[in-house]
Write a protein that binds this ligand. Sequence first.
Ligand SMILES: Nc1ncnc2c1ncn2[C@@H]1O[C@H](COP(=O)(O)OP(=O)(O)O)[C@@H](O)[C@H]1O
Ligand SMILES: [Mg+2]
Length: 376
Amino acid sequence: MDSVTKRYPDGTVAVDRLSLDIEDGSITVLVGPSGCGKTTTLRMINRMVEPSEGTILLDGADIRQQPVNTLRRSMGYVIQNAGLFQHRTIVDNIATVPRLLGWGKDRARARARELMERVGLDASLAKRYPYQLSGGQQQRVGVARALAADPPVLLMDEPFSAVDPVVRKGLQDELLRIQAELGKTIVFVTHDIDEAVKLGTMVAVLRTGGHLAQYAPPAELLSDPADAFVEDFLGSDRGIRRLSFFPSGALELQTAPVVALDADAGTIAARGSTSGAPYLLVADLDGRPLGWGDPKDLTAGEIEPGRLLSHGRPFVHGKDSLRAALDAAVLSPTGWAVGVDGTGRVVGVVSQQAVGEAIRSAHALDRGGEDARAVR
Ligand SMILES: Nc1ncnc2c1ncn2[C@@H]1O[C@H](COP(=O)(O)OP(=O)(O)O)[C@@H](O)[C@H]1O
Ligand SMILES: [Mg+2]
């Protein structure tokens, strides 16, 4: 988008000289308060709204150079409440665009069924009507319908805003999974900054009047908000949320405070006095965490898993972020977090203090990186 302005006939300037480079194969999120021009911006991309000034280029060519119907068919469009055709079955809703493109009924329906599977809808729903589906299911149908003709671009306008938080999280995870498989170019509108940070490769924060306040990857948005408006919009705990972008793999886990359920008396006594941890984590014979015990109370051969302190929710070392590790430590009754591998077996444990030190060095490294970029 190159210096695009939209002035509605009544004089409202909805978008003001907006310039934005949207990368192929990425998720670009437009976020901002209600009325800041997000929908207008999105609709200018498929020409449902025509810009008053400026140009929009797609793969280098002005979007006005191709017929508007051709343009729209290269762009799937998903809206809040899915916007399904109420009198058509689910399978026929999804088959809409392929049918418009002249596909035969059988082929279009086969494609629709394939897409239902892709977006996590059970095949048994194919012949239902939209009103017979939950809000989350309808939203999945909306995504499937937008993908039906395999368009390179997906435009999504607050698609998940009307569903409850649990369903929304499922839909967001599903979208990330689909995107990893299909590599579409997605422009996603939301007023929810957490959704923007979770989904965006790049996030454009808009301010009322359609001004671009900041355009940055989410981690940078959280670490370096451009101004007070962006900072305010991000909310108060951006420091904590930013930890989601630091991997936990750099944490050095300790194995000395971990003992097996069948540990002998010597091991319990030795680990209790030398591990540096006030409690020992007991793991079952398969390596899964059972809970924390005071070494004084652990008797070899008589450890009762039911009497141990809860081990809390472990974090997956290397896969989860420092935020998850910190959360695990904060919620642990002992102040120590349990790190497990992808199969749930204990890798080691780490103190709150050590997590804090890892956070400080991650920040220092990150600042080093910024300095290096500035120097170049
Ligand atoms: N058709 C229209 N005519 C006049 N003003 C409009 C029209 N559509 C939107 N607007 C105004 O343009 C501004 C941006 O609207 P919109 O793009 O829908 O914002 P958002 O999607 O961020 O909530 C708002 O002030 C809105 O009232
Ligand atoms: Mg809107």
